[in-house]
Design a protein around this ligand. Structure first.
Ligand code: GLA
Length: 334
């Protein structure tokens, strides 16, 4: 063998040795069915359980697998993306614990060449604008907020309440744009219906669940013992239920409370099934099943056919109360 030839052979061997692990990595995932992740900020919340279930069911029907992961903080989100990357997943749907994680999530997904779409909470960039090129599917937040305000207004009228004797507990989360839009929409409709602006009391919540709603509401209610009738609204029914529990703790009778939530998931169903009505009057139900299914469908089509999903899909809701909850549930396929 000439020395030139030997050099060539060695180079080829070295190249092959270098390439081998990559090839092995590729082929290790090549024969696997398509795999995607579904990451949610609160895996214990009925809304998110329904979404993940719907995504999994679609996968079983259409022949891809869904890895459901709970990601309650930023570190868990990044670890989940690493985990998905190592498993050869091609993308993920996410409802992030903090929308400002947008750029970090985008950078991490790029590292693994993964596509991703957002559901429910739209990610923002460093200036607070929706993150470009990330398709989103979520509620038409302001309009659904309007429906909350309208439902409260109608029920106040039905009960014959005078606006001057009613306080509103507005449980807020202004760090989450969809939450602000929802409570702003509710406020707009309440005021349009004659509610007194000065009777609206803010209760900022730390977490968007029952506990967050309860902890935000208790001190505000305690500060206003003179107010005997309350209406309660928030970004979701879990938070409103927290507020209702706070009124119960202060022995405010259920007939003097009108709480209206948003979601229409497990917790509202449980409340409607209680023997006696509570202060939780109703909720604007949106199909969590469709949110989970459609966001996953969008992602899969994008991965398979390169068809980029619409930039912003907005879903609608329907008032669900004790008397119609089963029908609405069926109608929305929840
Ligand atoms: C937010 C809320 C959830 C649910 C979704 C629906 O993420 O925290 O409870 O309302 O929006 O889009």
């Amino acid at each position: 063998m000439t020395s030139k030839l030997r050099r060539l052979t060695l180079t080829a061997m070295a190249a092959a040795a270098l390439a081998a692990p990559f090839a092995a990595q590729l082929s290790a995932h090549a024969d696997q069915p398509l795999k995607v992740g579904f990451l949610v900020k609160m895996p214990e919340q009925a809304w998110f359980i329904n979404e993940q279930k719907a995504a999994t069911a679609l996968g079983q029907k259409d022949g891809f697998s869904v890895v459901n992961i709970g990601t309650p903080d930023g570190e868990k989100v990044l670890a989940a993306i690493d985990n998905l990357g190592a498993q050869g997943a091609k993308g993920f749907v996410i409802c992030a614990p903090d929308v400002r994680l947008g750029p970090a999530i985008q950078a991490r997904a790029k590292r693994y060449n993964m596509k991703f779409v957002t559901v429910d909470d739209q990610l923002v960039d460093s200036t607070g604008k929706p993150l470009a090129n990330v398709p989103h599917l979520g509620m038409s937040a302001f309009k659904i907020g309007n429906q909350v305000g309208q439902a409260i207004t109608d029920e106040m009228k039905r009960r014959g309440w005078k606006p001057e004797e009613v306080g509103a507990l507005r449980i807020t989360n202004y760090e989450l744009p969809t939450a602000k839009l929802r409570t702003d929409g509710a406020t707009q409709s309440l005021l349009a219906g004659g509610f007194k602006k000065e009777n609206i009391y803010d209760a900022p919540q730390k977490t968007t669940d029952d506990e967050g709603g309860f902890n935000a509401s208790s001190p505000v209610l305690a500060q206003h013992p003179n107010i005997k009738k309350w209406v309660i609204f928030a970004l979701n029914e879990e938070s409103v239920l927290g507020g209702v529990r706070a009124t119960e703790q202060l022995h405010i009778p259920a007939v003097d409370v009108i709480g209206v939530g948003i979601n229409g998931a497990g917790e509202a169903f449980a409340e409607f099934q209680k023997k006696e009505p509570t202060g939780f009057y109703g909720t604007i139900a949106v199909s969590s099943t469709n949110h989970g299914k459609e966001s996953t469908e969008n992602l899969i089509e994008w991965i398979k056919d390169g068809k980029q999903p619409p930039a912003d899909t907005q879903t609608t809701g329907k008032l669900m109360v004790r008397s119609n909850w089963q029908d609405v549930r069926k109608e929305l396929g929840i």
